[in-house]
Design a protein around this ligand. Structure first.
Ligand code: COA
Length: 274
């Protein structure tokens, strides 16, 4: 049986660091997230935290398989949501267990940066996976939405909260209450995705950005990510205090000294990731 999440490792240009690419691989179900997929994502998240060489994670979906004879071609999809068939007949206790400490929170809590590389449908849980990543890059043919209300449900992987932060109250409400899909141009306009590219260029552009980030000091990058995150959970005043402390503390790291001295000596920094 094929892996439900294919793991690819790409070497960093500057040293022996690794960029991981996780390909959600259920193309016949438009990469919908079933329990097997979410369990695998959680185990991949644990592995990343135990591996200092992993600098960044890219999450994407498998392309569609060629159409079977007499069947229509399935559409391109990043992730078309949680697997709806797993919701049938479930009560609140069962769902609560399933969604507690879920895979989307595990992605959100990764200390390394994450990029969602979206080609095709990013609906429901798929949109929420994208929102749990730090950066979203998409193809021009992508479609986004939170259609849960059309099933009599609401987003359950953090969508109500993260979309409000990302888009603001009004746009988040419109997306969640209407259940309508929006195209990539609209998604970039409202800040749901950072950039859009033709589908042929999406991977190259994603890897370019991934390399740019992965070739920095991984220690500095983790501190930067955690400090930006403080803006989500704190008042501005508290967030500024957190940044001031992190900024002062970073001067005790090796890489801050390496980076500053490399600039002064007009050399390329050789990070120790410490
Ligand atoms: N869960 C389970 N299966 C899903 C799925 C999901 N979220 N999304 C798509 N699939 C399956 C379909 O059941 C179908 O399976 P089959 O070929 O074995 O019958 C296959 O993926 C292809 O989807 P299909 O609906 O035939 O493609 P389409 O081109 O007609 O429509 C979508 C594409 C994305 C618009 C449509 O599949 C859809 O609306 N999916 C659900 C999106 C959603 O509500 N997500 C939130 C879930 S909480």
């Amino acid at each position: 049986m094929s892996e439900v999440v294919i793991l690819e490792e790409i070497k960093c240009h500057s040293d022996d660091g690794i960029i991981q690419k996780w390909v959600i691989n259920r193309p016949s179900k438009l990469n919908a997230l079933n329990q097997e997929v979410t369990n695998r994502i959680k185990s991949l998240c644990r592995e990343v935290e135990s591996r200092p060489d992993v600098r960044l994670v890219i999450i994407t979906g498998s392309p569609p398989l060629p159409a079977a004879e007499g069947k229509r071609q399935k559409p391109v999809s990043f992730i078309a949501g949680a697997d709806i068939t797993e919701f049938a007949g479930k009560n609140s206790t069962e769902i609560e267990q399933l969604f507690r400490d879920n895979a989307i929170e595990a992605i959100w809590n990764l200390s390394v940066p994450t990029i969602a590389m979206v080609d095709g449908f990013a609906l429901g849980g798929g949109c929420e996976v994208a929102c749990s990543c730090d950066i979203r890059l998409a193809s021009t043919r992508s479609k986004f939405g939170t259609p849960e209300v059309t099933l009599g449900l609401i987003p359950g992987y953090g969508g109500t909260q993260r979309l409000s932060h990302l888009l603001g109250y009004g746009k988040a409400m419109e997306l969640i209450l209407s259940g309508e899909h929006i195209n990539a141009e609209e998604a970039v306009k409202i800040g749901l995705v950072n950039h859009i590219y033709d589908s042929e260029n999406l991977e190259e552009e994603t890897l370019k950005l991934a390399q740019t980030i992965a070739n920095k000091s991984s220690n500095t990058i983790k501190i930067a990510k955690a400090t930006v995150r403080a803006a989500f959970e704190n008042t501005l005043k508290k967030g500024i205090e957190i940044e001031a402390e992190a900024f002062a503390n970073i001067f005790d790291t090796k890489d801050a000294q390496i980076g500053v001295n490399a600039f002064i000596e007009r050399k390329e920094p050789k990070w120790q990731h410490e």
